[in-house]
Design a binder for this molecule. Structure first.
Ligand code: G6P
Length: 612
C-alpha cells in the first residue's frame, strides 16, 4: 500500500527519493510523485503508473532541484489513480507539501469547512485536506511543529504523513498514528520511510516513530515530540538486513528469488529455537503455569497469514488436544470474540503492519488474552505491541505474493504447537522427537524441490495449464489448508480464477462446475485420507475433469487416476504443507510467467495493507 520516503541532506534530493520509491514499489501502487524545496519554493512532479514514468519525466530526478524532499507511491483509496490525485499534495498557498499513507476518516467534514472558507481543492483525496489544514492552522512564523500538533488534534483515522514547508527549507517533518513510519539516521543526511527497505542502502540505523509522535529532521539532527509537542527520547534500532537481500540477485523476479530463499529462511526460523531435541522459545514468555492454564488458542491473520494459521490450527489441535480457532482478522475484529486469560492469541503477519491484524491484536489484548505475534519485519507495529514475538527471520520479502513469509509462518506455528504439547504432555516422546527431526530436515527437503529437474516437472504442467480460465484446488485436512494457499497464489499473480474446496464438499455443489477439461489440482499428502481423496478424484474424472495431483511419494496408486503427478519429498504428514506450498508457488509462478503477468506487483494488490 502507499509508500513514503523523505530526505534531507546535502545531495540533490529528487534522485535519492526516486531510488527510495523504487524500493517501495513492492508495496503496491498506481501513481507516484515527489516534492522538493528549492529557493523557498516547493516543486512537485507526479505521474500515473510506474515509477519509470516519473523517473523519465524528471530525468532521473535531475530536473527537480533542492536537498530536501518527500516522495510517495499511491495506492488509490479516495479518487481514481491519476496525476491530480497522486501525492504529494500542496496547500493552496504552496507553502506545504504532504505525502500520506492511511485514511483520514473525517476528511469530508474538514474539506467542507475549508471549502466554505474559500479553499479550492484540486483532487478527490483525503490527503489534500491535510495540506490545506496545515496552511489554515499555520501562523506563518516558521513554527511548523506547533502546526502539526494542532493538525493532529483535528485528524481522525490512521496516518503516516511526511511534510515539507517552504519556510523551513532543510527540515523534513513526519507524524504518524496507526500507520508505519521510520526515521533513518545517516551521516549528514536523514530519511523518513514507510519501511526500512526504502532507506537501507543509505543507513541501517532507524528510529521507529510511535503513535502520535512527530519528528523534526534536519541533515544533522532528528528530534522527536509527543502529540503535545513535548520532546521525547527515542531509541535507535540497528537493522542488520543486508541490502542484497532486498535485491533480485540475478533472479528474474523477487518472487522466484524468495522461493529460492526458503531453505535458508526455514533454517533461520527453526534452527535457533531447536536445542538438541528441545524447543526453546526464549523470545516468548511461555512459563509452565501459563501453559497449564491454557484452554484454547485463537489464531488470527489475513491472506496467506490466515492460511498459515489454518495449518497451525490442524497441527496444534492434533498435538496439544486443545481447541484452536483460526480467524480472518477482518472478521475477528467485528465478531465480539470470546477470549480471555486462558486463551492464547497468535497473531500472524509477515509485515507486522496489516491494519486489520493490528486491530485484532489490540482487541485480543483488551480482553485479557495473552498475545504472541509471528512476524517477519523486526520492530513493526504488531511486533512491538504483542506480549511476545516469534520473529520468522525470513529476511525482506519484496514480491507482493508471499512465499517464504508463508512457509516460515507455518514453521513458527509448528514450534509453538510442539512447545505447548511438550508441556501439556499431549504428544509422546517418540513422536515429539521425530517431529523435531522432521522440522530440521525441512530446509534440505525444500532445497531438493528447487533442483532443475523438479522445477522442469512443475513447469511442464504450468505450461500445459497456463491458458485455462479456471483452476480448482482440492484437499482434505491440512491438504485443504494448503489448497487455500495454492489457489490464492495462483489467482494473485496469474489472474486465473482459482478456488480451493474441501474435497469432501465437492459433491455438495462444486462438482456441478466440473466439465470436460476443467483443471483440478488434488493435494494428496495425508496418508489416512488417501482412499477418500481417491474417491473424490474419481468423481472429478467421471465428469471428464483433468486432474493434476500433488502427492507424497508413497502414494503409488494415485498416478493411475490422474492426468499428471508432482511428488513432494517424503515427510511426516504433519509437515507436508510446507513442501506442498513450494510446488504450488512454483506452479503459480510459471503459469503467471507464461501469461506475461507482472509477477512481483500484481494489479490492484498491495504487499502491506495498512488500511482496513
Ligand atoms: C497482503 C499480501 C499477502 C499477505 C497479506 C497479509 O494481502 O499481498 O501476501 O498474506 O497481505 O499480510 P501480512 O503482512 O499481515 O502477513
Amino acid at each position: 500500500m502507499c509508500g513514503i520516503i523523505g530526505y534531507t541532506g546535502t545531495k540533490q534530493a529528487a534522485p535519492v527519493l526516486l531510488g527510495g520509491l523504487k524500493r517501495l514499489e513492492y508495496r503496491g501502487y498506481d501513481s507516484s510523485g515527489i516534492a522538493t524545496v528549492k529557493d523557498g519554493k516547493i516543486l512537485t512532479a507526479k505521474a500515473k503508473g510506474k515509477i519509470a514514468i516519473l523517473d523519465e519525466k524528471i530525468s532521473g530526478g535531475t530536473k527537480l532541484g533542492g536537498t530536501v524532499g518527500i516522495g510517495h507511491t499511491r495506492w488509490a483509496t479516495h479518487g481514481v489513480p491519476n496525476e491530480a490525485n497522486a501525492h504529494p499534495h500542496r496547500s493552496a498557498d504552496g507553502r506545504f507539501a504532504v505525502v500520506h499513507n492511511g485514511i483520514i476518516e473525517n476528511f469530508f467534514d474538514i474539506k467542507s469547512e475549508l471549502t466554505a472558507l474559500g479553499y479550492a481543492f484540486a483532487s478527490d483525496t483525503d490527503t489534500e485536506t491535510v495540506a490545506m489544514l496545515l496552511q489554515h492552522l499555520y501562523r506563518g512564523d516558521g513554527d511548523v511543529l506547533s502546526t502539526i500538533c494542532a493538525l493532529q488534534k483535528r485528524l481522525c483515522g490512521s496516518y503516516a504523513i511526511g511534510i515539507v514547508c517552504a519556510d523551513t527549507p532543510d527540515v523534513l517533518y513526519a507524524v504518524r498514528k496507526d500507520n508505519p513510519l521510520v526515521v533513518g539516521l545517516g551521516n549528514g543526511e536523514n530519511f523518513i520511510a514507510s519501511d526500512v527497505t526504502a532507506a537501507l542502502e543509505h543507513t541501517h540505523d532507524f528510529v521507529l516513530l510511535g503513535d502520535g509522535e512527530t519528528a523534526r529532521i534536519t541533515p544533522d539532527h532528528a528530534e522527536f515530540f509527543d502529540a503535545d509537542g513535548k520532546p521525547v527520547k527515542k531509541q535507535t534500532t540497528h537493522i542488520d538486513w543486508d541490502i542484497g537481500s532486498a535485491e533480485k540477485s540475478g533472479y528474474a523476479h523477487f518472487m522466484l528469488k524468495e522461493i529460492f530463499d526458503q531453505p535458508k529462511a526455514l533454517t533461520d526460523t527453526l534452527r535457533p529455537r531447536i536445542h538438541g531435541d528441545k524447543i526453546v522459545l526464549d523470545d516468548i514468555d511461555f512459563d509452565s503455569k501459563y501453559l497449564d492454564s491454557l484452554s484454547a488458542v485463537d489464531i488470527v491473520g489475513c491472506g496467506s497469514a490466515y492460511h498459515a494459521g489454518i495449518v497451525g490450527k490442524h497441527f496444534i489441535e492434533k498435538h496439544c488436544k486443545i481447541r484452536v480457532n483460526c480467524s480472518l482478522a477482518s472478521e475477528y475484529i467485528y465478531s465480539d470474540p470470546i477470549t480471555g486469560g486462558d486463551v492464547l492469541t497468535v497473531i500472524i503477519s509477515q509485515s507486522g503492519e496489516t491494519a486489520d491484524t493490528l486491530a485484532a491484536l489490540r482487541l485480543a489484548k483488551s480482553r485479557g488474552s495473552r498475545t504472541i505475534a509471528v512476524v517477519n519485519v523486526v520492530e513493526s507495529a504488531i511486533a512491538r505491541e504483542a506480549d511476545g514475538v516469534l520473529y520468522t527471520h525470513a529476511g525482506p520479502e519484496i514480491a507482493v505474493a508471499t512465499t517464504k513469509g508463508y512457509t516460515t509462518q507455518v514453521a513458527a506455528l509448528y514450534l509453538i504447537g510442539l512447545k505447548i504439547a511438550e508441556r501439556k504432555r499431549t504428544v509422546s516422546d517418540v513422536k515429539y522427537k521425530s517431529l523435531i527431526r522432521e522440522l530440521l530436515a525441512l530446509s534440505d527437503k525444500v532445497r531438493s524441490q528447487l533442483s532443475d529437474e523438479n522445477i522442469a516437472a512443475v513447469k511442464k504442467y504450468a505450461d500445459r495449464f497456463s491458458s485455462h480460465k479456471c483452476v480448482f484446488f482440492i484437499g482434505r485436512g491440512t491438504d485443504y489448508a494448503a489448497s487455500l494457499e495454492g489457489a490464492l497464489k495462483l489467482k494473485e499473480i496469474s489472474y486465473i480464477h482459482a478456488e480451493a474446496y474441501a474435497a469432501g464438499e465437492l459433491k455438495h455443489g462444486t462438482i456441478s462446475l466440473i466439465e470436460n477439461g476443467t483443471v483440478t489440482l488434488a493435494l494428496v499428502t495425508q496418508s489416512a485420507l488417501y482412499p477418500k481423496m481417491e474417491n473424490n478424484i474419481k468423481a472429478v474424472k467421471s465428469r471428464e475433469g483433468t486432474i493434476l495431483a500433488v502427492s507424497s511419494p508413497d502414494n503409488v496408486k494415485i498416478a493411475v487416476h490422474t492426468d499428471g503427478l508432482l511428488t513432494i519429498p517424503e515427510c511426516d504428514d504433519d509437515v507436508s504443507p510446507v513442501l506442498t506450498a513450494v510446488v504450488l508457488q512454483l506452479f503459480a509462478y510459471y503459469i503467471a510467467l507464461g501469461r506475461g503477468c507482472d509477477i512481483d506487483q500484481p494489479r490492484n494488490l498491495a504487499k502491506s495493507v495498512t488500511v482496513e
